[in-house]
Design a protein around this ligand. Structure first.
Ligand code: ADP
Ligand code: ZN
Ligand code: ZN
Length: 729
């Protein structure tokens, strides 16, 4: 019988973005499988490719058919369900098939990267106990003497210790005196062994576990676990994972990169021991390869990792947990396939009959909406464990502070709290929320933020042309000299750094030892963990940082959390700025009072009556949800309609032409004009010399099918399609 393979060639290009058919030679018919990496003739070249279909139907002219040359690995490197998932991703997110497949590969195989395989080394053993050596063979004698004292040793160590060369070793091997063999070295990941406390589930935790079990053996709808900070969501996951393992299946636990702290990992290691593998970007390529391979070989029950671990090669997957499911890092923001991990997890579980659990204290509006609609199940943990109260939150109006003459970045309330910390064991976390370029203009007297007249988003000052820009339409204006509301001249661009905060703290409170956690201090491998360890051990009393300090940390001595400016997130030019503000404030507040002592939170704001801040202050998710959803419905934003961003980047003139060409095409193709926003310059109009223009499209269902028809841009203009983007810079 004839057998044909559909393959995708491993080349990142639009021109080859489809399935090509090849004949499977008889010699390979028994062994070839979907997911195999193969070598195929392509034009005059030979290319690596992946098998995605096998069938006896010939779909091209027989005369054009060519043979697969060979299989490149003994086993198919991509699991069949992951091939299926990749094809779905390409359909859903509109991008390159070869790129969708990259996510399914062992870390070291991805294109553009150096290929490292299993780490091997040369290992030397003595075969003859007391060999006869020529009297002048001094180097050989030294080697033998070392080997007589040890049962075996790595060749490289041996060469170094005996001050000789590999040639000496080969000479000894030829005489049959030693054996040189190749061994695999596993790059071990270190876990701290911590005791695993046997906890009795609270009534609410038990109810949540039961609900998930019920769903797992029933309709398998995704379960949204909405639990306040400190309510013990992890304990719920651990119990459900244990169930899954008992059924002989595996679980994948996804956490935001930032929460992949030793603290989190150790909790899983304590419960599931050796049969856990971990995948994240802090590991070396070789370490990641080994961890991936352990999962592929079925040596682990649980895989913990950041976003891309959703593609971990577990063959009998029973469960995917997304902790902090609302986090922005679950959205892939690069490449041609900009996937949302939540959607991918749901699809993967649908393919294999697995269960999805989404956990958060502040669920994404989209997720909660689905839960209320009934497509997700909702489980709730409304209280902290052991009757610990949620912290009290105090919002300080920074406009009043200014009026009273306080020019410091710390309000009098926060100053008082910091002073009270001195001579206690209590600790504080100070958050300075500052994203890349959150530079909006604010009136220090009345709190007015300069906004676009058309778009309800704050204007951003661009140094380039010294003008205020709207990132949603084309509006631009000169920076006014006076506040349009109160005529004050104290209009100021916002933006302080964490370093500055640290300096001021050191000067004003020399008694308090401060550590800083931000992108600058965590650049070196391991520094993130060591800073947190220092804080955990009480070597520092105050932790200052960016968003990094807001999430997942569980330190019982933290009784004070200070947020220097809630508004920096609020005035971010984005439809999700209120949501992100509410999430951030709730999450960071949740770091306070997790131990026996009660917690306090001070939030400083120029807009203290904003509904996102008020809802966070009252620990009222539902209140926030209802108000936010009202705006979203009115404006036709997700979750009511889908929002797609088409971004073109490249040389100035060509990019503008390209975006206009696409715009014309969309109008001709029948997209309703009122649903197309733009074209306009992207919020960051130029990155690394490339100009950036965008079109936003609102639609009632996924526009993927129509968008596949878009004309390709010229060679040097990149066109990317982003379905429901989270950040639109
Ligand atoms: P969340 O992720 O919901 O913020 P965690 O899962 O980090 O909360 O749990 C908070 C703390 O409560 C942890 O120190 C955990 O060990 C503890 N905890 C969880 N469940 C229980 C329980 N049933 N009894 C006692 N302590 C618990
Ligand atoms: Zn003003
Ligand atoms: Zn505008």
């Amino acid at each position: 019988m004839d057998l044909y393979a559909g393959v995708i060639v491993d080349v990142r290009s639009d021109a080859v973005n489809r399935v090509f058919q090849y004949r499977v030679p008889t010699s390979l018919q028994e062994t070839i499988e979907i997911g195999h990496r193969v070598l195929v003739p392509f034009g005059r070249r030979k290319l690596e490719a992946y098998v995605v279909e096998l069938s006896s139907d010939l779909q091209i002219e027989e005369a054009k058919l060519r043979n697969i040359i060979e299989l490149l690995d003994p086993e198919p490197i991509i699991l069949p369900t992951l091939v299926e998932l990749a094809m779905w991703m390409e359909q859903t997110y509109v991008g390159l098939l070869s790129e969708a497949l990259q996510y399914m590969l062992p870390p070291a195989y991805r294109y553009g990267k150096e290929r490292v395989g299993t780490k091997t080394a040369q290992y030397v053993r003595l075969l003859e106990k007391d060999p006869q050596l020529r009297s002048n063979a001094k180097a050989q004698r030294r080697v033998v003497e070392i080997l007589q004292a040890e049962s075996g040793i790595l060749a490289s160590d041996l060469v170094e210790r005996s001050a000789t060369s590999h040639a000496t070793l080969r000479a000894l091997e030829e005489q049959g005196i030693i054996e040189i063999s190749t061994v695999n070295l596993e790059r071990k990941i270190e876990w701290d062994v911590i005791p695993d406390p046997k906890l009795t589930l609270t009534v609410e935790q038990q109810r949540a576990v039961d609900l998930i079990r019920d769903e797992m053996h029933g309709a398998r709808r995704p379960v949204l676990l909405h639990g306040v900070t400190g309510s013990g969501k992890t304990e719920v996951y651990l119990n459900v994972i244990a169930d899954v393992i008992n059924q002989g299946k595996q679980a994948i636990v996804l956490v935001p990169e930032i929460s992949l702290t030793p603290q989190t990992l150790n909790r899983f290691a304590a419960r599931f021991g050796e049969r856990v593998s971990v995948l994240h970007s802090g590991l070396s390529l070789g370490e990641r390869f080994d961890q991936w391979w352990k999962a592929y070989k079925g040596e682990v029950d649980v895989v913990i990792g950041a976003r891309s671990a959703v593609f971990a090669p577990t063959r009998n997957l029973g469960l995917i947990v997304l902790d902090e499911e609302h986090e922005g890092t679950y959205k892939q923001e690069e490449g041609s396939i900009r996937y949302q991990t939540r959607e991918v997890a749901i699809k993967r579980c649908e393919l294999v009959g697995g269960q999805v659990v989404l956990g958060s204290a502040t669920p994404a509006i989209e997720s909660y909406h689905q839960a209320l609609q009934g497509s997700f199940r909702l489980a709730e943990l409304t209280e902290r464990v052991e009757d610990r109260p949620l912290p009290t939150i105090h919002v300080v109006d920074m406009r009043e502070q200014f009026e009273q003459g306080n020019r410091s970045m710390f309000s009098t309330e926060l100053q008082k709290e910091l002073r009270e910390l001195i001579h206690t064991d209590n600790q504080a976390i100070i958050l300075l929320n500052r994203r890349g370029f959150a530079r909006f203009v604010l009136c220090r007297e009345c709190g007015e933020v300069l906004e676009c007249p058309n778009c309800q988003v704050s204007l951003t000052y661009h140094q380039g042309d010294a003008r205020l820009h709207c990132h949603y339409c084309l509006h631009r204006e000169v920076l006014p000299t006076k506040c349009p509301k109160c005529a004050s001249r104290f209009l100021r661009q916002f933006g302080v750094g964490t370093e500055q905060v640290e300096e001021v703290l050191a000067k004003d409170y020399p008694e308090l030892k401060v550590v800083r956690l931000d992108a600058d201090t965590t650049r070196r491998k391991g520094s993130h963990a060591s800073i947190l360890r220092k804080f955990e051990q009480g070597d520092a009393q105050v932790l200052v940082g960016t968003q990094m300090v807001a999430k997942g940390l569980d330190f019982p001595n933290v009784t004070l959390v200070g947020v220097l400016s809630a508004d920096l997130a609020l005035n971010f030019p984005d439809i999700r700025s209120s949501e992100r503000t509410f999430q951030l404030l709730t999450q960071v507040a949740g770091r306070s009072g997790r131990g026996e002592k009660e917690g306090r939170v001070i939030i400083q704001s120029y807009d203290p009556t904003h509904f996102a801040i008020q809802a966070a202050q009252n620990h009222d998710y539902l209140d926030f949800y209802r108000k936010e959803v009202g705006f979203r419905r009115q404006l036709g934003y997700p979750p009511f309609r889908r929002l797609t961003r088409i971004l073109c980047s490249g040389p100035k003139k060509k990019t503008e032409e390209c975006v206009r060409h696409i715009h014309d095409f969309m109008l001709k193709a029948g997209f309703p004009p009122q649903d197309i926003l733009g074209p306009s310059m992207a919020p960051i109009g130029r990155i690394q010399g490339r100009y950036r223009w965008q079109i936003l499209l609102k639609s009632d269902r996924s526009p993927a099918a129509e968008l596949r028809m878009l004309p390709p841009g010229p060679e040097d203009v990149q066109v990317s399609i982003d379905l429901d983007p989270l950040f639109m810079l």
